[in-house]
Write a protein that binds this ligand. Structure first.
Ligand SMILES: Cc1cc2nc3c(=O)[nH]c(=O)nc-3n(C[C@H](O)[C@H](O)[C@H](O)COP(=O)(O)O)c2cc1C
Length: 216
């Protein structure tokens, strides 16, 4: 079977430019603006999807996609299983990196920082807003564990559906909740022609943020 040669895929990046004045001295306003642009563009599927990188106790890296469910001046919040592989990583090394990539805008935002669990109240409030099917799925899935078959998961879902059948509200599982990534560096990337892209980073240094342009 033939395969599209990825070496032959090539696109010109000319949708925009980024200069120091666009970035200013705080990371949130521009992330907010870029996120709004992506969210308003029907070409962008899942504008809140980020790649989340963690390392385990031995320094071995892992990356996976999660959905940002809170973005404000404090940082980026995502929700997951507190017994998952990523949660084990964060227990051992509570720092992480995420990347938003909005290909329709030829933009990327990279964030690194420290990670803490959000309050139980915040987790419960968010969990209550999820569709019931997702709530039951969170109870049914021992995320990151090896399971014998699809049937095992379907049976666990049937079991939790019976358990909560009479309850109006499904509570948040104790081993499920949010994490807040608090940035210590945020890099904005805008694709430019000739691969001479714009990269501008804000990095926390003591109580201030240092703005730097990076070579592409
Ligand atoms: C588009 C997309 C969105 C996802 N969102 C989440 C999420 O918000 N939370 C989550 O725990 N996993 C999410 N996943 C699944 C993760 O990528 C991953 O498979 C799972 O969290 C287990 O990762 P781990 O074994 O490294 O802990 C998403 C996957 C995709 C492709």
């Amino acid at each position: 079977m033939t395969m599209t040669d990825p070496a032959g895929l090539r696109r010109v990046y000319e949708r925009g430019t980024l200069d120091e004045a666009d970035v200013g001295t705080a990371w949130f306003p521009l992330l907010h603006e870029w996120f709004e642009t992506a969210a308003a563009d029907p070409q962008v599927l899942e504008p809140n999807a980020v790649q989340l990188a963690t390392v385990d106790a031995t320094g071995a890296p892992s990356v996976r996609t999660v959905l940002a469910k809170g973005i404000d001046e404090r940082g980026v919040v995502f929700y997951t299983n507190y017994a998952s592989a990523k949660a084990r990583d964060l227990e051992a090394e509570p720092r992480a990196a995420i990347a938003f990539v909005w290909l329709a805008q030829q933009r990327q935002v990279r964030i690194t920082g420290s990670v803490t669990k959000v309050s139980r109240e915040r987790t419960e409030e968010y969990f209550a807003s999820r569709p019931r099917e997702s709530q039951l799925g969170a109870w049914a899935s021992p995320q990151s564990q090896v399971v014998g078959s699809r049937a095992v998961l379907d049976e666990q879902l049937a079991e939790v559906s019976r358990r909560f059948a009479d309850d109006a509200a499904v509570p948040a599982p104790p081993n499920w909740g949010g994490y807040l990534l608090e940035p210590d560096a945020v890099e904005f990337w805008q694709g430019r022609t000739g691969r001479l892209h714009d990269r501008i980073r804000l990095r926390r240094a003591n109580e201030t943020w240092v703005r730097e342009r990076l070579a592409p």
